[in-house]
Write a protein of this length. Structure first.
Length: 695
């Protein structure tokens, strides 16, 4: 019987069935092996054998695996698993959990709503710790798929006015997460909208009892407020809304408004050849100002720090140098420069001529001189370099940047020594203290200038509202100006919310109830709630990765097909959530990250660690994800690798940090020997650090 005639059931049972009527109940390790190959794809034979027989020598484990697959082949008289060093299911073998995953990624919720069983039910893998962790994570992931599908279906039925059907799904959702106040509020509201106010109030009291029993806590104010509205009979029926495409003017307003004074300061600093630092609160318009100014001066390059860079030395530098390398194409560099470039971009290292580890201040100086020479080549024809979101830059990258750009000041310009103007932007109060001291010293010496960006006044928000198409209603505009607090970003997010909710289209402006407070994150969260389940999951995976992600990596973290994830990414771009391979704004990232349920966040961190490990990600980044995923046994060795890598780059401060974090992980595992060894290494490097000084 050919492979295409066999179907693997892993949900609610563990059975292999054939279209001709044959059926085979799967032994637990065989079921786990098929589940792993289905969900993880091609897997090294040694890896799979080690998961299934962790206590056995590798040769024994591999033999056990071969015997198990041989028995399967004899039982079904067909090849279902192929490969030698790497094993994979043959094309055409159908697996139910894969259909569920594809349905979730593509927004088809029917199968998920109909599915009630768990993955590999009743099977225990306590004797296989790593495999047990993986299966637990995948079980939780399937539950989360179903939870998101239920939420989407409840919202759809409620909008369609089918409150009884919505209530049935809301009850199922509550069974999956009985301590979720959001689920309790849905049940309360739908009971009321179905005409049963007593049942809605009983649901509220059960919610109170559950929270008191589990956490010793009272319901949130919004839950109590909903109960009061139900008791008074004043709860409004939800408005029926449709997904709306945001106008281009809202995604990017056509003109910069109210920054004439700051623009003049930029012009003066530009003429003097000074570095420029632009500081301001989140959402005040720093990025838009510096990009528009740089564009007015000719060719510019934009570098951006990203959340997560702080945990990985050279991450910001590597990203910036990669932009320059791609810009240069096949340009020939001097061998010593190319060798040093290979420290941060291994793919550019000369074949067979890898750089030796950095072991001294002289080595570090040579590396920085090489990167300066490389930058001189890369910046030819560039008038301005923008370094945005400096508060996210990792410390070694920040020190490298200050070395290079401070040396530009006063240097003679020429064909081989271009000196682009440099503009940095950062959030008020969020620079690392040592970086803030360095920037203040540059300003004191006259090498740099500092510009503080303030919120816009009400008189300036009016023209911006004109650009955004806000109705000419004085009362509405006053309220929008008040709620935005002078922040262009906050105003944009409010207008996006009102457009997407259909408020402007319906003309419901009189007595408009703006469902927001003074925090932009809350209204962004409300906008995120209107995303499809696949798009929301893609945004959550990206927020977990934090930096240096692309659609392919997000798909791998989610375990979803690439093209389905790409479709979800298009939805995120259309909704103004992401832009290219990053978030539209760091406040959007923070809203997404803050809204990830704790259990889901843990699973996403573990999935991110696996995906990055397979992709050759930085050891410190992998270690942090294992740590956040509650896996100190994986985090500890990864931190040790990160410490050794940092030491090879003469990043002594980070070396001490990673050895210390490895020791803490070993402490959690109650392994005093390795913990003491890691602390001993940290102490030795700390002594060296005191001798040579901070790099």
């Amino acid at each position: 019987m050919s492979a295409s005639l066999w179907h693997v059931r892993l949900m609610g049972s563990a059975i292999l069935t054939g279209s001709a009527g044959g059926e085979l109940r799967l032994e637990r390790k065989l079921a786990a092996a098929l589940a792993y190959l289905a969900l993880e794809g091609a897997t090294p034979r040694s890896r799979l054998a080690g998961l299934l027989w962790p206590e056995s020598p590798e040769a024994t484990a591999r033999n056990n695996l071969s015997q198990m697959l041989r028995k399967l082949r004899l039982a079904v008289r067909a090849e279902l698993v192929a490969g030698s060093d790497s094993l994979d299911l043959l094309p055409g073998v159908e697996v139910d959990v894969i259909r569920l995953r594809q349905g979730f990624a593509q927004g088809r919720t029917g199968e998920l709503l109909a599915q009630s069983g768990e993955l590999l039910p009743g099977l225990s893998y306590d004797d296989c710790p790593d495999l047990d962790d993986w299966i637990a994570a995948e079980r939780e992931r399937v539950v989360e798929w179903r939870r998101l599908a239920l939420r989407a279906e409840v919202a759809r039925l409620e909008q369609d006015g089918d409150h009884p059907a919505a209530l049935n799904h809301a009850r199922t959702l509550l069974e999956l997460d009985p301590v979720s106040e959001e689920a309790w509020r849905q049940v309360m509201r739908l009971h009321y909208l179905s005409g049963d106010r007593p049942a809605a109030l009983r649901a509220y009291h059960r919610c109170k009892e559950t929270l008191q029993r589990e956490f010793g806590a009272e319901p949130l104010p919004e839950t109590a407020q909903l109960a009061r509205e139900i008791n008074r009979g004043t709860i409004p029926a939800p408005a029926v809304t449709a997904r709306t495409t945001l106008p281009l003017a809202v995604l990017r307003p056509p003109q910069l408004i109210g920054r004439e004074a700051e623009w003049a300061q930029l012009e003066e600093a530009w003429e003097r050849g000074q570095m420029i630092y632009v500081e301001g609160d989140p959402g005040v318009g720093k990025s838009r100002l510096v990009m528009d100014f740089a564009a007015s001066k000719g060719t510019f390059l934009e570098f951006r720090g990203r959340p997560g860079d702080l945990h990985q030395p050279f991450t910001s530098s590597a990203r910036n140098y990669r932009v320059l390398a791609e810009r240069l194409g096949n340009v020939t560099l001097e061998p010593w420069v190319q060798r040093e470039l290979g420290r941060v971009l291994p793919e550019y290292a000369p074949a067979g001529d890898a750089a030796e580890p950095l072991t001294s201040g002289a080595d570090l100086l040579r590396y920085r001189q090489a990167m300066t020479a490389f930058s001189y080549v890369g910046y030819r024809g560039v008038d301005t370099v923008i370094a945005d979101d400096l508060q996210f830059y990792d410390a070694p990258s920040t020190r490298d940047g200050l070395y290079f750009f401070s040396n530009l000041f006063g240097a003679p310009r020429g064909p081989d020594r271009p000196a682009p103007r440099v503009i940095g932007a950062y959030r008020t109060g969020e620079l690392m203290p040592e970086v803030l001291r360095d920037t203040e010293e540059l300003v004191r010496q006259g090498i740099a200038v500092h510009i503080r960006l303030r919120p816009l006044g009400d008189d300036l928000l009016g023209p911006l509202m004109d650009d955004l198409g806000v109705p000419d209603d004085p009362a509405l505009r006053r309220r929008l100006a008040h709620y935005s607090g002078g922040s262009p970003l906050f105003l944009l997010e409010i207008v996006k919310h009102l457009i997407e909710s259909g408020t402007f289209a319906r003309g419901e402006l009189s007595g408009l109830n703006l469902p927001i407070t003074a925090r932009v994150g809350e209204i962004i969260s409300r906008r995120l709630s209107r995303l499809s389940a696949p798009a929301l999951q893609a945004a959550r995976a990206a927020a977990t990765l934090q930096s240096d992600f692309d659609v392919e990596l997000v798909a791998e973290v989610l375990g979803a097909p690439l093209f389905d994830t790409a479709a979800a990414w298009e939805e995120l771009e259309a909704a103004g959530v992401v832009r290219g391979s990053g978030f539209w704004h760091d406040l959007v990232y923070e809203a997404v990250a803050g809204g990830i349920p704790t259990t889901v966040r843990t699973l996403l961190h573990r999935a991110a660690a696996r995906a990055l490990d397979r992709a050759g990600g930085h050891s410190a980044r992998v270690a942090r994800h294992w740590q956040e995923g509650g896996k100190p046994d994986h985090a500890a060795p990864a931190f040790l690798r990160a410490a050794r890598e940092a030491r090879d780059h003469f990043q002594l401060t980070e070396t001490v940090q990673y050895y210390s974090q490895a020791a803490e992980a070993f402490d959690t595992l109650e392994q005093p020997g390795p913990a003491a060894a890691a602390r001993g290494e940290a102490a030795a490097v700390q002594a060296q650090l005191l001798t040579v000084g901070v790099q």
